[in-house]
Ligand binder design. Structure first.
Ligand code: NDP
Length: 241
């Protein structure tokens, strides 16, 4: 029986590419989303990948979401914590709500999802958890104290959980993408991309979602059993940690 993979925020952007790459690699995939019903249904029509609507920032929603997925597809072997948001502002202008919702969706979500799959993975002595961090969690980014803190937190969480679970056959790794051509980055004005961002990327272009998905498939595989607690940087050379 093929393994089951869950990708949060798996119907758009990087998550969409990850869901498709895992399906192509033979996994039974569940892709979650939160609000964009139209994109999720179009994705399901196109790929036949099962979609589930719940808020990764809400523990009870995740508990039910995980239970629904396991009932439909079977025990979860691979969890990709990909869902994320930005709410950019300089700290001196940042509303409390922007801080809270970025921490909630990008960081609380790791606890909410991992806490609900970890017992099963421990019992079965197998699991792969891949957490999507960001270059801006590694280097910090002005205008993103909230996002940079959350994405740095993702790396700390990854290292700690990797130590807790290594003896149980569960690996936990992070991926830190650089700038990838998704709606999140398309929100940045083209002139800012051309003048300020692309010139700082040695490869000379934005990344493609599929280039992050390759990394996820690698870390999700059985053969990556000796890799845990690490952060795979995929950023075109923009920041070499
Ligand atoms: P997109 O904005 O394209 O997609 C975000 C996805 O997350 C959507 O599927 C969205 O669901 C889902 N989502 C958002 N909030 C919630 C929530 N509360 N509960 C459940 N799902 C939610 O983002 P990207 O593909 O660009 O980013 C994916 C990940 O990669 C994020 O963690 C991001 O921080 C990280 N990243 C992205 C980079 C980039 O350059 N694009 C660079 C570095 C890191 P819905 O469709 O319903 O809105």
């Amino acid at each position: 029986m093929s393994k089951v993979a869950v990708v949060t925020g798996g119907t758009r952007g990087i998550g969409r590419a990850v869901s498709i790459a895992l399906q192509d690699a033979g996994y039974r995939v569940a892709a979650t989303y939160c609000g964009n019903e139209e994109a999720a249904l179009a994705f399901n029509n196109e790929t036949a990948i099962a979609v589930y609507k719940f808020d990764v920032g809400d523990f009870a929603h995740c508990q039910k979401g995980v239970a629904d997925i396991e009932q439909d597809l079977g025990a979860i072997d691979v969890l990709v914590n990909n869902a994320g948001i930005t709410r950019d502002a300089m700290l001196h202008k940042m509303p409390t709500e922007h801080w809270r919702c970025v921490m909630n969706t990008n960081m609380d979500s790791l606890f909410n999802m991992c806490r609900n799959v970890i017992d099963g993975m421990r019992e079965r002595k197998y699991g792969r958890i891949i957490n999507i961090s960001s270059i801006n969690g590694q280097k910090g980014q002005a205008g993103q104290t909230n996002y940079s803190a959350a994405k740095a937190g993702v790396i700390g969480f990854t290292k700690a959980l990797a130590q807790e679970t290594a003896a149980k056959g569960i690996t936990v790794n992070a991926i830190a993408p650089g700038y990838v051509a998704t709606e999140m980055v398309k929100a940045v004005p083209q002139e800012v991309l051309d003048a300020k961002i692309i010139p700082t990327i040695p490869v000379g272009r934005l990344g493609e979602p599929e280039e992050i998905a390759h990394g996820v498939v690698f870390l999700a595989s059985e053969k990556s059993a000796f890799i845990t607690g690490t952060t795979l940087t995929i950023n075109g050379g923009q920041y070499i940690a």
